[in-house]
Design a protein around this ligand. Sequence first.
Ligand code: NAD
Length: 435
Amino acid sequence: MNITVMGTGYVGLVTGATLAYTGNKVVCLDLIESKINDLNNGISPIFEPGLEDLIKSGLKNKNLRGSTDIENCIRESDLTFICVGTPSNKDGSIDLTYIKSASASIGRALRAKEEHEHTIIVKSTVVPLTTEEVVLPTIMKKSGWKREQLGIGMNPEFLREGSAVKDAQNPDRIVMGVSDDMALKQMKKLYEMHNCPKQKCIPRTAEFIKYASNSFLAAKISFVNEMANLSNEWGIDFEEVAEGMGSDSRISPLFLRAGAGFGGSCFPKDVKALAAASKKNKVESKMLKATLEVNETQPLNVVRMAEERLGVIKGKRVAVLGLAFKPDTDDVRETRSEVVINELMEKGALIIGHDPKGMANFKKLVDIEMAETAMAAIKDADCIVLMTEWKEYTELNYKNIKEEMNGNVVIDGRRGFNQKRMEETGFDYKAIGLG
Ligand code: NAD
């Protein structure tokens, strides 16, 4: 199939490279020239395990390329994915600016397309009714095409950053929100090689499945974090509680790890957007509001634990290990490390940060001193705060850490270190949910 993908970010690039790998001719489109140049030179503009190899193989077999010549490329394709960003407005509601401009570009491109048939599939996360009431009318208006000439679908993306390529190649389910037979036929063809469950529904249902899934997972994290805070008060190790809870098949053992809260480009933004949409529809959600509130205060527990052990934070050298919102990504959007670092700095700490991949991006959020290696960050530190459980950190030699440090306080915001070995090495070790 000849496919164009609008938006060469995390989702667009992974989608484009994966579809090229499965034999389609794909052009990834973006307004930002440097991203497209990188892509055409075999360089992934983002860090994601396996992505650069996938891009290189797509370029080599000529199934993949990037372009900023958006309208011409759309015109030459049969199907266009919309993968542009859907950020939050100040009040948390969804900002559809990029969706509207992408839809208008598609409409303008189609106006001059000779063959009058084209399928548009929205992959961006959008609130229910957006595909039917914003994307479709904009494309129809700008193209002048009749409804029956267009295939319109909504196909939410469930990939997880850090394992995005694997997730895109082996999805655990595919949701095909379609308004017509053309979109259904194209999506079936596109995903025929996958044996996972495929759910056919209308676009607004597909849109809601994505929001409800992300909000449920975020709520599970906030609930678990509250329970872990409580278990700290009672001297109970929450990992044991989670083990007991997770044996119940209705609960499942996944997403029961306590920590400093969730971040990233999806959970915070999507929960805020759904909360704002529910308010607008006068079905205000107390659950979503509480999920967000817990997530704002949870990282501050890390600072409180450090303060309890250090006495005064002012003047203390604190090594923050992990700036990306989770391991195996360079994405720092909504990272809880930012909340912790700002609070520690507010209290007068001297911060030395490190992250295997996220330092350049984090520097744009908060200008802190960075060390080139984890051990260099740890050197002379009074306290270590682990905020992202990169393997590189959890596999550090505890004795070496101890020798390099000035103090012995370790606050584990992710339960990444081994408590017993930490204590045996002489650290004053505290973690969320440790008891
Ligand atoms: P991103 O910000 O990384 O990338 C979006 C890209 O779209 C940018 O490069 C931007 O320049 C480009 N763009 C904007 N307007 C354009 C236009 N008119 N034409 C061409 N390109 C345009 O965003 P992302 O993280 O890939 O997310 C994209 C969407 O997918 C969002 O709705 C997000 O919620 C959703 N999503 C993201 C993830 C994730 O893990 N990042 C997972 C599932 C769903």
